[in-house]
Design a binder for this molecule. Structure first.
Ligand code: ADP
Ligand code: MG
Length: 235
């Protein structure tokens, strides 16, 4: 699924001060590509991901994901569209602490109407793919930070979305664990044929991406990718 961003602007008002988060942004991400959205804290990464996900409404501009104009959807339509088309990996894994790894992965499957009898099997398979075969029945508290982030990736990928967005997926991890998580995320593009966008201020992200896009003060600066490509949209 391709992602097309045109003229995207978004400001936040705090009291009488208007803070521009995105200042007119254009971006084309081909289907199956892995993009690192790099930039310092406050550069607009989360705002951009939220606009692509239909979680935030820009002041101007459009986002089209594989023909769906996300910026034209009502919030109810956006909820339905997200369930079918999108996986989201947060910085904090955002797992439900009272559910096991498998049950956490089953949540989006339930929301997309996967029959009850198939859910446990699909969830276990998704956890197997991220190397958590032996941990399916554990609670998040019983897992390491890296394992929790793997569960979050399995949860985002279980519904086989065409787009996976990850917001600082390695933010809470040590370097080595973070590198594995980035490889797993990039691998989704190849294995599941989905378009992956990872927001980060971790320069290591560049090594797994087809393309590095740098945000600075709500504007884009393109940079050459340094790494090997695992997606199909790379150079
Ligand atoms: P990043 O994810 O790169 O750290 P953000 O997209 O979160 O950047 O933020 C971009 C800018 O917009 C920052 O200046 C931030 O303070 C501001 N901003 C983001 N969200 C809000 C909000 N809900 N209210 C006010 N300002 C915000
Ligand atoms: Mg952010």
């Amino acid at each position: 699924m391709s992602i097309e961003v045109r003229g995207l602007r978004r400001s936040y008002r705090t009291g009488s001060v208007e803070v521009p988060a995105l200042r007119g942004l254009d971006l084309d991400l081909p289907a199956g590509s892995v993009t690192a959205l790099y930039g310092a804290s406050g550069s607009g990464k989360t705002t951009l991901l939220n606009c692509v996900a239909g979680l935030d409404t820009p002041d101007a501009g459009t986002v089209v994901v594989d023909g769906t104009e996300v910026t034209a959807l009502s919030s109810e339509q956006a909820v339905a569209w997200r369930r079918g088309a999108l996986g989201f990996v947060h910085q904090g894994h955002a797992l439900m602490p009272w559910l096991t790894a498998r049950e956490n992965v089953e949540v989006p499957l339930r929301l997309t109407g996967t029959p009850r009898r198939d859910r446990a099997h699909i969830a276990a398979e998704a956890l197997d793919e991220v190397g958590l075969h032996d941990w399916v029945d554990h609670l998040p508290d019983e897992l390491s930070g890296g394992q929790r982030q793997r569960v979050a990736i399995a949860r985002a990928a279980a519904t086989r979305p065409a787009v996976v967005l990850a917001d600082e997926p390695t933010g809470a991890l040590d370097e080595r664990t973070g590198a594995r998580i980035l490889e797993l995320l990039a691998g989704l593009a190849a294995d599941r044929d989905c378009t992956v966008v990872m927001a980060t201020h971790d320069p290591a992200t560049a090594t797994v991406a087809d393309r590095v896009v740098e945000l600075r003060d709500g504007r884009l600066r393109d940079r050459p990718a340094t790494g090997t490509s695992s997606g199909t949209g790379g150079p």
